[in-house]
Design a protein around this ligand. Sequence first.
Ligand SMILES: Nc1ncnc2c1ncn2[C@@H]1O[C@H](COP(=O)(O)OP(=O)(O)OP(=O)(O)O)[C@@H](O)[C@H]1O
Ligand SMILES: [Mg+2]
Length: 369
Amino acid sequence: MNTLGMNILDMDILDMDITNTSLLQRIKDLEKENRILHKQLQRSHSDRVQVENKYARDGYLLQQIIRDLEGSKSVLEQRGVALELASHDIQTIQSKLIESEKMSALGVLVAEVAHEINNPVGFIYGNIEYLERYINKIIELVHLYKDQYNPPLLIIQDKIESIELDFLLRDIPKVLQSMWIGAERILEIVKSLRNFSRLDESEYRAVDLHEGLDSTLMILHSKLEGDPTRPQIEVIKNYGMLPAVECYSGKLNQVFMNILGNAIDALVEQYDLIPDRPSRITIETKPQGENVHITISDSGGGIPEAVQSRLFDPFFTTKPVGKGTGLGLSISYQIIAENHNGKLSCHSTIGHGTTFTIVIPISQADALS
Ligand SMILES: Nc1ncnc2c1ncn2[C@@H]1O[C@H](COP(=O)(O)OP(=O)(O)OP(=O)(O)O)[C@@H](O)[C@H]1O
Ligand SMILES: [Mg+2]
């Protein structure tokens, strides 16, 4: 049967067949596409899971690395702190060594000088008494002659006038008196030097702290005296009734020396800036319970707060190079706190002055128990 002979119905059926076949084909194609897409979807899902797993692994590793880094950071920080402490210890030891070397050299020198002066001054002091006695006898004799041979021979009269005998007789006691004063002063200085240079003591001794303070003031005498450029520094002593205090007296004298030396420096500096303020150092001592308190105040310019927080640091100084080493107060702190179980503190107000307070136990055995 050829197509020309087909009727409309046949045509329709043929069309439908064709349409069905193409639809079926289309469905098959779609199903195939769907399968392919499904497979692709499955693959991309597994890829995604793999990527997610990888991210999770990487994240975990990253966290671990961060934790490790934090751990090493804190170890480094701890090492930094340990290093800082070690460097502080080294500085302290270094400062102790420098100071003890400086002080033992100074102590030896002072002790030697004091010893050298002690003998000749002993001769002078010991002989003034005889000299005074002999001269008084000669003066008595001269008066006797004057009474018994009156008027004297002309030649004697001439001599009396040329040597100004009346003046000599009046002046001799004054000369002797100033020799006494001078010799006594030298003896006091020698005693102070010996007292001050007592650095090699290895045991506590009960001493009169006022002696130590006075010896130190004696050694600083020339600095306290005025000169053409500045007035004398007034020292007011308000000494209380102190018992003998168990201490290393040479070391304590060193503390007094450092604090008084700083006070003098502050007063000299202030005089250059404000000449009409009084230059005064006040020293007060008093017993309080088991302790003694020693305060040394100056009417200097005071210490700024930023400086106050560093006062006791080794090598901290505001003085020009060559003038201060910055060790005075750090050594003093160690001597009071470590060697004497005491306290050293500072109170200062700008424009009003500075007070250093030393508190130490009267008995070291009590302090330790
Ligand atoms: N009475 C004071 N008035 C004002 N400033 C002071 C006083 N005492 C201490 N200071 C300050 O404290 C700093 C440290 O004092 P410290 O005695 O330790 O060292 P220094 O005096 O500078 O040097 P040195 O080692 O020669 O004593 C001083 O440089 C100064 O600035
Ligand atoms: Mg000083």
